[in-house]
Design a protein around this ligand. Structure first.
Ligand code: CA
Length: 227
């Protein structure tokens, strides 16, 4: 029987890591099922028991990338990838695998639980309806206007383009290189330009919402927008 919080499927071959993740999720009220490989993932998903999958990348047999692609062919279930290697992070960002988020090892189990909750929130139909009612973030592509909780934030065209790119997929991590693509065809735009635009956007948002961490830095990679 699954709780109201839903059951989390953990596919992780390292017992110690799985154990601590299971432990923290249970403490937070989640039911869990742990598997050391993805052999039965399709039939497990088909049971409809699971609200989310935590999927390790390096696994015996089919790896996390293959599994993620295979799962996406049959299910929209939220997937958070777990990875230990920087090269894998590049692949996670670069490929359209269909994963919803990822966490880097070594991670704090609290961070994993927080990411699980954030992804579930994004996927909860009730929550998205609520969001649609209050519209915390409005990005008007036609008038280049950004509104946060109804407050108009004055941005330059470059800043607006960045927010629009980040906001197109909330929660997704963008590398600086990917954000630079937003400015393709424009001269003199470098990695550091992205950082300084982000800094200015944050300042403008902080004038109205000093505690809102809308655009988050992802260490060593880039940025993500999350409400
Ligand atoms: Ca592993």
């Amino acid at each position: 029987m699954s709780t109201a919080k839903g059951e989390i499927l953990i596919i992780e071959d390292e017992g110690a890591i799985a154990e601590i993740v299971v432990d923290y999720l249970k403490r937070d009220g989640f039911d869990t099922e742990h598997r050391v490989d993805g052999n039965e993932v399709q039939s497990l998903i088909a049971t409809g028991r699971f609200a989310l999958i935590l999927l390790d990348v390096m696994l015996p047999g089919a790896d996390g990338f293959e599994l993620c692609r295979a799962i996406r062919k049959v299910s929209a279930i939220p997937i958070i990838m777990m990875t230990a290697r920087v090269e894998e992070i590049d692949r996670l960002i670069g490929l359209e695998l269909g994963a919803d988020d990822y966490v880097c090892k070594p991670f704090s189990p609290r961070e994993v639980v927080a990411r699980v909750k954030a992804v579930l929130r994004r996927h909860s139909p009730g929550e998205s309806l609520k969001q649609a009612d209050s519209l915390p973030l409005e990005i008007d592509q036609d008038s280049f206007v950004l509104r946060l909780y109804g407050k108009k934030i004055d941005l330059t065209p470059s800043e607006f383009k960045l927010v629009a790119a980040l906001g197109a997929k909330p929660g997704r991590v963008w590398s600086r290189a990917q954000l630079l693509d937003v400015f393709l065809g424009e001269k003199d735009v470098f990695d550091r330009t992205i950082d300084s635009h982000i800094k200015n956007i944050r300042k403008k948002i902080a004038q109205y919402f000093p505690d809102l961490d809308l655009i988050q830095s992802v260490y060593g990679i880039g940025y993500r927008l999350e409400l």
